[in-house]
Design a protein around this ligand. Structure first.
Ligand code: HEC
Ligand code: HEC
Length: 387
């Protein structure tokens, strides 16, 4: 036999290539595959990068941490919408007078007061030549904001109905517009009422929730006008301080220092719930942007931070039912004043600074109070002091 004990056939050819030729013929050498990136994918990436660049370019907000506002970024920034005349908005305000804008708003009053402003006999009083319309600004704005109820004599006829309050449904601008419109239409010829005046009235009557009765309206002098206390001048009646100099903080820290210090406090404490944007979280934490509690009586605001707030509370038309812890044990008067100043001057708010002595006064006045504020208590807060 040609086989050795190791069972190798020594006649076998030693040429490996020949030995493996069959295998090589059946399956070729494996090679590492590399194909070019398809063109469409390259293009898609390029488009995505360009889009991202453009997006950041438009919405970067100066890369400031406090700017991002998911509710305000709008495609209109990228693709400006064609301006619609008659639509409410700052953009058209420049070319349209208040009364012209008011004509659009009046569509909400028309079902009752009619297109010609003559009302409906026995049901809806006329606006034509009515003393309430062409008389003092204050009465008119007050009744529009809060509504009216009960017997009301207009041009010698008595009506006994109810007009809803408009303060929730209409912005300052719209109320100013519709008031200006009814004052200048149908032969009425009273001067227009500016947006700032309506804003001032809204502040002044903030504490009131009930509609007016005729007797109460008459208490507002027939010729009372409104001051233009636009922001920030005199925007809120600061208890005990001169209303004419809102920004001037007597002695102590300057408004700028308060702002900076307040931002620190805000970022340390309030941010967890009310968010860096001050917009809160839907259903859970109310916003601090432009709310009555923030921009109203500073003493009330201070009292809220000291004692906390609990139970159902309506902010910006939405109801929250949660609880905010009081900070009286944690924060000094200075720190609370700072954070209030910061909140009142941020997120689009433009209310005057709050001094530590206002906080100190609130702390003293409510020293005995052990429970957080309820909405009802807060609503009553300004009422006693302001009226
Ligand atoms: C749901 C019907 C209704 C709507 C809508 C309505 N009103 Fe009235 N308005 C009334 C009633 C009713 C009275 C009288 C209330 C009373 O008898 O106490 C009244 C009274 C008034 C008065 C005082 C009396 C007068 O005639 O001078 C003015 C001013 C007025 N409304 C303006 C407006 C304006 C502006 C709007 C639109 C923003 C408006 N109303 C929308 C029903 C309505
Ligand atoms: C633990 C979460 C939490 C923290 C921290 C917190 N809040 Fe609140 N805040 C709430 C809740 C919840 C409410 C609503 C309470 C309710 O539903 O009764 C509220 C309500 C308010 C309101 C009244 C409603 C409004 O939005 O106008 C103001 C003002 C306010 N907080 C300011 C502050 C400030 C300033 C700070 C920091 C000092 C702060 N909060 C810290 C949870 C918090």
């Amino acid at each position: 036999m040609n086989e050795g004990t190791d069972r190798i056939d020594y006649r076998e050819t030693p040429d490996l290539t020949e030995v493996h030729s069959a295998i090589r013929r059946e399956s070729g050498d494996p090679t590492a595959e590399s194909r070019q990136v398809p063109l469409w994918l390259t293009m898609a990436c390029a488009v995505a990068v360009c889009w991202a660049g453009a997006y950041v370019g438009v919405f970067h907000g100066g890369f400031s941490g406090s700017v991002y506002n998911e509710y305000e970024s709008s495609p209109a920034v990228l693709f400006p919408l064609p301006k619609k005349p008659g639509a409410e908005g700052e953009s058209v305000g420049a070319v349209q007078s208040l009364a012209q804008i008011g004509k659009g708003v009046y569509s909400q009053c028309q079902p009752c007061h009619q297109a010609n402003g003559a009302g409906v006999a026995g049901q809806f009083p006329p606006l034509v030549k009515s003393d309430y319309v062409v008389g003092g600004e204050k009465r008119l704005v007050a009744l529009l904001l809060k509504g009216i109820q009960g017997p009301l004599v207009v041009e010698g006829k008595t009506y006994n109905g109810a007009m809803p309050a408009w303060e929730k449904a209409l912005s300052d601008k719209k109320i100013a517009a519709v008031a200006s419109y009814i004052r200048s239409e149908w032969g009425n010829a009273a001067p227009e009422i500016s947006e700032a005046k309506v804003a001032a009235a809204r502040k002044e009557f903030e504490a009131r929730t009930a509609p007016y009765t005729e007797a109460e309206l008459k208490q507002i002098p027939a010729d009372a006008t409104l001051g233009e206390s636009g922001a920030p001048a005199g925007a809120a009646p600061v208890a005990g301080s001169a209303p004419a100099a809102p920004a001037a903080v007597p002695a102590g820290p300057s408004a700028d220092e308060l702002m900076a210090k307040g931002k620190q406090q805000y970022m340390a404490i309030c941010v967890a719930c009310h968010q860096p944007t001050g917009l809160g979280l839907p259903m859970v934490f109310p916003p601090l942007a432009k709310t009555e509690y923030v921009n109203g009586d500073p003493k009330r605001f201070a009292a809220m931070i000291l004692k906390g707030v609990a139970g159902p509370i309506t902010v910006d038309g939405k109801t929250y039912n949660n609880m905010m812890p009081g900070q009286e044990a944690v924060l000094t008067d200075d720190k609370i004043a700072a954070v209030l100043t910061y909140v009142r001057g941020s997120f689009g708010n433009q209310s005057p600074a709050v001094t530590p002595d206002i906080v100190a006064a609130a702390r003293k006045e409510f020293a005995e109070k052990k429970t957080p504020w309820s909405e009802a208590e807060l609503k009553a807060f300004g009422g006693a002091a302001a009226q």
